[in-house]
Design a protein around this ligand. Sequence first.
Ligand code: EPZ
Length: 435
Amino acid sequence: MDKLITTGGVPLQGEVRISGAKNAALPVMICSLLTEEPLTISNIPHLHDTTTTMELLAQLGVKLQVDEKLAVEADASEVNNVVAPYELVKTMRASILVLGPLLARFGRAEVSMPGGCAIGSRPVNLHIKGLEAMGAKISIRGGYIRARAGRLHGARIFMDMNSVTGTENLMMAATLAEGESVIENAAREPEVVDVADCLNAMGADIRGAGSDEITIRGVKRLGGGAHRVIPDRIEAGTFLVAAAVSGGEITVKDVRPQQIDAVLEKLREAGAAVETGGDWVRIKAPKKLKSVNIRTAPYPAFPTDMQAQFVLLNSVADGAASVVETVFENRFMHIHELRRMGANIELDGNTAVVRGVERLRAAPVMATDLRASACLVLAGLIADGETLIDRIYHIDRGYHCIEEKLAQMGAGIRRIPGNYLERVMPARAGAGAAG
Ligand code: EPZ
């Protein structure tokens, strides 16, 4: 397995361009299943998860063409398979998003139950409950969700929990249902709005996306079209924290500042100077960061996907702060790794109390989930010495060229291909694996 080696102590300088949002690109590509006309999607980030999504769509019979700018034309006119197999779904939970579109257009779908993941059990009961409210007959057998329906009909659906993919799955299904659907307590994330924008460009009739009540009037069919995926607000936030903790000054470009207001406010509270423009954010780190209390919650509150990065920020800030994770039940695994680097963090249920230390120390660490791995990379950029980060396939799922983007801002970071380490540094490789 590849590893990353970072050398700490370099303040980041310069500019970085943000890629398309993973959590918008995945559902937008899946929207192609809802029409027999080609849908062209641009600004797709080049990530394991986007590749996996293309593999899944191809297995269903979608014809995909990728141009030199990585824009993808998806043509679902000859879809001949409605089964999303365990082998693919187990590597990417977002595969559950094909359930609604397949059911809405073909009246049948068999999707493997997505297992839990490192950060939580990740149930899909709300996806199933909403589709049943629209008339689907759904059973779970042999680890697969087996769904059948005539034409789905509109329904008023209340989401007990705030689920981004749950909202997206039901919104996609409702576009072809007979009559009107209302999704109450809908997720308000910008990625949900981006999916709604794409669907409306395809001829859907969706109102209220971005609020907690979304109304969808079903239409007989959707057309093709073209859609450009929004920038990745979490990638942007991650680089801003990297500049803040490394004592640097950077400009993040191709971002929508209003989508990360909660993060920018916390960076200002931590003492950073933050300026924003139409599509850019500039940050200048203070001499010493101040600890900031964090409580994650659904958008527009502070995003859970930025929690690990702010635990790191608090680890080297002046003072003590609490970080409360309210969305996922097990999203503190980065803390065990940060402690190996000398961080002073106490865990009590869903609350971490972080007391700032002068410097972190390099140590072999192991990534456990996508955002935790980003936090460890940033920790390696500021720790004394060389940090070896193992299991970085997690980071490759969600960050497009992270080492290149960090290196061009001056960071000391390089990727070591897995087999190289085993050959030339077996002891080191072993230590990394044990880390
Ligand atoms: C999306 O997950 C993102 N993934 C996550 O990003 C992100 O952390 C999360 O939204 C919150 O912003 C994608 O968009 C692909 P959930 P989502 O599993 O909405 C409960 C990353 O790092 N729930 O729905 O799919 C669940 O237990 C990833 O990019 C139910 O109870 O998250 C949890 O408490 C990680 N029943 C909450 O809702 C359901 O049927 C959200 O979990 C569905 C969800």
